[in-house]
Ligand binder design. Structure first.
Ligand code: URA
Length: 239
């Protein structure tokens, strides 16, 4: 197994951060610092240390589906002491990473796991995991404007990829629109609607890949079952 994959699976951090830690010389294999990327280790035989502390693969990883309420940050720690999504999963005895980010005022499906390898792949644009949102917007977009959104709009960081867009309701100068995207750029959905001049008032992620919010209340979570974990792994090319 590659060293960075081992560290990610062990819950040290996401794979990208683990690669940084290796480059920084913070990882030792059998007492020697290894900075070579892709170094192969044998988890049963080799002794791996991160910052001189032994690292072992957990017997099991945690895979949680949280109904993130609005008002919570998707960061590990906030310097202003504001609530974070990790406050909602305090009873889990492992360091968990959110898979991607939802804005503070966005609610909905958020995956949390200590499996850094899976988290890394689920966030990677290469695997194009579908994220579906319900957006309440100010104004009622015309058909051709929604088509523009679906085809891709120009943002300062490049054109957006094709999206699925469907008008659900429209009244009193407000519309509710279903939008599914395969990218995960910062504030992406809000910026896409801003690009066609319909500001988002409220945003909810109703699905991440095939996982929805059924049976969950805002602030509650459930563990994924084996079948769901396998399905997620297969989605991103892991067996
Ligand atoms: N797009 C946004 O603009 N915000 C989110 O929280 C998620 C997607």
């Amino acid at each position: 197994m590659r060293l960075q994959k081992f560290l990610a699976r062990a819950g040290i951090a996401s794979r990208r951060s683990c690669e940084e830690f290796i480059k920084q010389g913070r990882v030792k294999v059998n007492g020697k610092i290894v900075t070579e990327m892709g170094f192969i280790i044998h988890p049963e035989e080799d002794k791996i240390c991160f910052d001189d502390k032994p690292v072992r693969l957990p017997k099991q990883n945690y895979y949680l589906l949280l109904y993130k309420p609005a008002g919570y940050l998707t960061t590990a720690k906030d310097t202003y002491g504001r609530p974070t999504v990790l406050d909602l999963v305090k009873d889990i005895p492992r360091r968990l990473f959110p898979v991607g980010r939802l804005d503070q005022d966005t609610e909905g499906v958020l995956l949390l796991t200590d499996d850094g390898e899976l988290a890394h792949r689920l966030m990677h644009p290469r695997f194009e995991v579908k994220k579906t949102y319900k957006a309440l917007v100010k104004g009622i977009p015309e058909k051709n404007e929604l088509l523009r959104l679906a085809k891709g709009v120009e943002l300062p960081d490049g054109n957006t990829s094709p999206a699925e867009v469907k008008l659900l309701t429209a009244k009193n100068d407000r519309a509710v629109i279903l939008i599914a995207v395969h990218e995960g750029r910062k504030h992406q959905v809000k910026r896409m609607f801003a690009a066609i001049n319909y500001p988002v008032i409220k945003l909810k992620r109703i699905r991440f890949a095939f996982l929805g919010l059924k049976g969950l209340e805002p602030g509650s979570y459930r563990k994924l079952n084996r079948r769901e974990i396998q399905k997620l792994r297969r989605l991103v090319g892991l067996s």
